[in-house]
Ligand binder design. Structure first.
Ligand SMILES: Cc1cc2nc3c(=O)[nH]c(=O)nc-3n(C[C@H](O)[C@H](O)[C@H](O)COP(=O)(O)O)c2cc1C
Length: 198
């Protein structure tokens, strides 16, 4: 797949086919793409836990759904912030998270501190690689409301921080272009441009 097509069609795919497994080879390929992301000083702190055990997935789903309900409230209280279709699809994911063929927990051993900028570039690489293989992903962070519980389940040490829980599988829906603002509305020349000043 052409890179720019992968970039423009990589979006949150929350409805995944529970009946269609993802091969070990494909999981390895996406993790390899992920670990090629940059990190500060090439410290490479990211660790990837691929979860396929049905019981562990179920335990994570229960926690994730509770966390999502909490996060969801914030959106519902501020109408217009999130499209109803996105809410619906996020609700679906919360109820069906454990049915994804695999979940990928992205962690980093950074002494309890957050090193987001050394982690998320690799996450995007992983999602693009998944797209190239026809696999859907969603970057989720709702579990952070109950990170300690999640760490307990996954046996993650105290000095390791979690960054994203990514369900991966073949999408039930169709790929489409991710909706984003036009470039003119976000691109400034030389200096910050106040809204309405252009
Ligand atoms: C930092 C971050 C946290 C996110 N957390 C969640 C989440 O917990 N649950 C979820 O369903 N989607 C989550 N998303 C996905 C976003 O809702 C999604 O990327 C956004 O709506 C754009 O969707 P699109 O790429 O399909 O257009 C998260 C995305 C980011 C970047």
């Amino acid at each position: 797949m052409e890179l720019f097509e992968a970039i423009s069609t990589t979006r949150a795919m929350r409805r995944l086919d529970p009946e269609r497994p993802v091969s070990d080879e494909d999981l390895r390929t996406v993790i390899e793409a992920g670990l090629r992301g940059p990190s500060g000083g090439n410290s490479q702190p990211v660790r990837w836990i691929v979860i396929r055990d049905p019981e562990i997935k179920r335990q994570l789903q229960v926690i994730y759904q509770r966390c999502w309900e909490r996060g969801r409230k914030r959106y519902v209280e501020r109408p217009g912030v999130i499209a109803p279709a996105v809410l619906n699809s996020a609700d679906h994911l919360a109820a069906h998270l454990h049915e994804a063929p695999a979940l990928i927990m992205v962690c980093a051993q950074t002494g309890g501190k957050r090193h987001d900028a050394s982690v998320y570039p690799g996450v995007q690489n992983l999602m693009l690689a998944a797209r190239a293989l026809g696999l859907g992903t969603t970057l989720t962070t709702a579990h952070l409301f109950a990170e300690d519980e999640v760490k307990d389940i996954l046996n993650i040490p105290a000095d390791v921080t979690t960054y994203a829980l990514i369900p991966i599988g073949y999408p039930l829906g169709r790929w489409g272009e991710a909706k984003r603002a036009p470039v003119e509305s976000v691109l400034y020349a030389d200096r910050w441009e106040a809204e309405g000043a252009r």
